[in-house]
Write a protein of this length. Sequence first.
Length: 501
Amino acid sequence: MPDLTTQPDPRRWKALIFIALAQLMVVLDATIVNIALPSAQTDLGISDGNRQWVITAYALAFGGLLLFGGRVSDLWGRKRAFVIGLIGFAAASALGGAAVNTGMLLGARALQGAFGALLAPAALSLLAVLFTEAKERAKAFGIFGAIAGAGGGVGLILGGLFTEYLNWRWTFFVNIPFAVVAAVGAVLVIREPAEGRNPSKLDIPGVILATLGLVSLVYGFTRAESDGWTSGSTIGLFAAAAVLLLAFVVVEKKVKAPLLPLRVLTDRNRGGVYVSLALAAIAMFGLFLFLTFYLQVVRGYSPVKTGLAFLPMIATMITGSTQIGARLMTRVPARWLMGPGFLLAAVGMVLLTQIDLDTSYTFVILPGLLLMGLGMGTAFMPAMSLSTHGVQARDAGVASAMVNTSQQVGGAIGTALLNTIAASATTDYFKSHMAPGADQKLLTFQSMVHGYSTAVWWAAGILTLAALIAVVCITAGHQGGPAAASGDAEDAEDFVPVMAH
């Protein structure tokens, strides 16, 4: 009979350094290019019509291939998938930094998204199998959750610094040292038990349906932002996404080795985490977008000053994750951290709805950002941990992929939905306040601020809904027990020997 009391890997904390480094690289890459985009557009002569594809190419590849990437990491082994993802991401980043035309840059962004879809679920699932003791798991996921939440803000800061003091190409080149250090560290430090793999045959129909369905969904929201919600292309993409994803569910019920075992989704706690994180991503991505435009366009902040304006939020997000979420996760049920955390962040957003043409950063924007960071950090940490808590080892990769999928799809929805709301409110305000002799420039700025404020009100409402879903749908107790204490309890006997390495 095998020994089930094997001591944890003594190098697991060193492994966390390299896993966290890789996660930071993937998350910050989602925003670091945003600030550099105007410079890249001018340098490469990218048309206004193709400009959005610098962002969209990454989002489509990343969001569409996440489930496939999660399943591949279960099949190949998380360490191997992790290292291959890092090497590929570094190569794609080098290609993007060296781009000489639009096609080369867009291809590099798509490759970044594809390798990111392999890397992100491998990183989270490695964390799940390396840390199984409750207090250690809480601390490890606290660090990981802080990075996952704060990475977008770090991307804004680095994007501003590189754009202002170097050039836009460094927003790509900066990934190379991150990836090289993380890959070398992973090879030397990370050990993963072979028993944790899922050797089942790859579900090719599931891969095709899931990838096409997610790409259609993400692209549908992108087209909605530019073409409108009632355009034929938008409706067609949403209809295609619905049909493809419905077919995917039918296939997953029937195949012997599904790409996404439905047991991962039907667990009430994990389902609640996925939905609430998706809603939180809608609110967060939208806010980053509007606040960046407000600070740069309306207030005239430089790229660096704009990035630094987000720094206090990152500090409180790390505090909420490591000092509140991590400390209380083993004592308090996840819903009583996630619900109040999302509500606190929503209060911060309500403060940010008060912006006008000369709002004080110190007395309005700063308190809003501090509350948002503290709330999101507190909520993200137990959510990240619960998303893989109790899942079978063979499903850890695909369960991790679902966390990233929910955030990525939520981000795509947030950017499109809230941008549409803001644009509509801006237009209505401009038309209703237009009068003979009115100062057009002043009215334009007032209209923009009104549009941003309206969209942030919606974001606050969406975040409140995320809090409600977390409190109602997530019923698991605190995560102070063994890793198999919740979730797929019927498979606990399979889970424990694999995970307790």
